[in-house]
Design a protein around this ligand. Sequence first.
Ligand SMILES: O=c1[nH]c(=O)c2nc[nH]c2[nH]1
Length: 466
Amino acid sequence: MSSIVYYGSVISPVSLTSFKALPRCLLAVASTGNIDWIVEDVEDSMVQETMAAHGYIDVDVVCLREGEFLLPGMVDTHTHAPQVPNIGSGQQYELLDWLENITFPMESRFADLDFARRTYPLVVRRIIDSGTTTCSYYGSLHLEATKILAEIVNEYGQRAFVGKCNMDRNTPAHYIEPSAELSVSATKTLIAHIKQLPSHSHSAEPLVQPILTPRFAISCSSSLLKSLGEVAASDPNLRIQTHVSENPNEIAFTMSLFPESASYTGVYDASGLLRANTILAHAVHLNDEEIALIAERKAGISHCPTSNFNLNSGVAPIGLYLDRGIKVGLGTDVSGGYSPSILNAIQNASIASKVIAMQHRGEAPAPGAFGNRQLSVASLLYLATLGGAEVCSLEKSVGSFSPGKSFDALVVSVRNDAGNPAIWGSDSAPRDLAGMLEQFFFTGDDRNISRVYVQGKLIGGTSFSR
Ligand SMILES: O=c1[nH]c(=O)c2nc[nH]c2[nH]1
């Protein structure tokens, strides 16, 4: 790959309350796929001179057109690859019935490796083209099918974590692991398999990495959780993902299975599975002690608002978590969520925050607090990019644009020729960049994502030839 320079509009998150919107930015990507340098405001006439001052002579320049801008790639901190074929089904159920009637039957089909080989390429392609450059995937409980998933993600060049579910109890006979020992040994085999996948990048960490995936406390015996805690202790860099406090019946069942534990979150903590690189999905109904424990352990929360609405789980108090300093990112949680696109999670995160704000109408929120307020566009951008990167412990390399970071990016087009009738504007008259971002968030879809880059390499989008 040669070095390349992008010139035009660039948007990048700074904090939960601010982002940079730079209409005349020059951003250089080195042959490694890392961002080499950025000059935030360059006049047309100064482009070549500025490049030359950085030693960039005869380097290609990609000029973004009016209505196009660069955005850091989106981070999906929680999705289930084997549930993608189920998208849009089963909305009449709440979590535990939905798992039994809709989800486990579909996931169990991944015992058939031909089905996995046919399905996973479509799943991964669809997620990449939705603008997700980093994704934390749950596979099914099957070792071989999950190896296939990891291989496809690696081949397609997406940045990802891939884990197989651990489940040795409380699931149907057709979809359960025979023992804790076999569950752990299959997990170790998957970890070894993913670690030896061919690396084709200069990324600080391999693009595809394993992640421990105790599905949820209900599906794991105490001895399985304990053994997974030992696996985690042997590798502090190994990420962990699981579900927590999603649905009232799920919480009650969990507490009946672990009567010695003070809380649902405490079950994971007791096994050494709650730490700074743990991704906790949902976290809708946490109590104060659990919030304090998560903050103390520095674990992250994957906010999955579409799924939380769709399965009637509830509205997670994300503003409160942000006020407590907890890392938060967004998750599509397919197929509890009915869209593989983080744009849909952004829209529902906004609505979820408005529901909470409406419930507290008339109360004066503390100055500067996020709790009980609607999330701003800046906050939504942060959660979808840098916040997600923090939850995945990848914030040093992705989630925003700065020199030394990986160029994981989208070229977004809100031009009329993108073909999305929901986004209207004139292509000839300059449009306000922050306004374009807001329109993209609330009315955009994959037609507006023309290029998807991971580590500098084009891997998807409408202009990607496949
Ligand atoms: O939304 C969810 N989707 C799942 O697949 C799942 N498994 C346990 N808990 C879960 N919640």
